[in-house]
Design a protein around this ligand. Structure first.
Ligand SMILES: [Zn+2]
Length: 95
């Protein structure tokens, strides 16, 4: 038998999107609700994280805006939304 643990997160459980610069290793956390755009450069070393108009930047901006919209979802909605996550996560900083 294989036992796998899963977590189910609702949109309101997601607090922020975190970006870590591959050049200087600094992290930027974008809290959901503060702003609805993703920075294109590192605020510490100013390395460009995304090419202007790139698909990556568009998808990440849409994800941020979608998460913000889903957090504001009407409590009378007729279904619940959950994101399924593995029980053991591999964190980007190795912790
Ligand atoms: Zn940087």
């Amino acid at each position: 038998m294989v036992w796998e643990e899963r977590f189910y997160a609702e949109p309101k459980d997601i607090f922020s999107i975190r970006l870590t610069c591959r050049k200087c290793q600094a992290s930027s956390t974008i809290p959901l609700g503060d702003r609805e755009y993703i920075p294109e450069t590192c605020s510490y070393c100013h390395e460009g994280w995304f090419t202007k108009g790139s698909t990556d930047h568009k998808y990440l901006t849409w994800l941020l805006q979608s998460l913000i919209g889903l957090r504001r979802r009407d409590t009378d909605a007729l279904c619940n939304i959950h994101f399924e996550l593995p029980g053991h996560l591999n964190m980007p900083n190795g912790t």
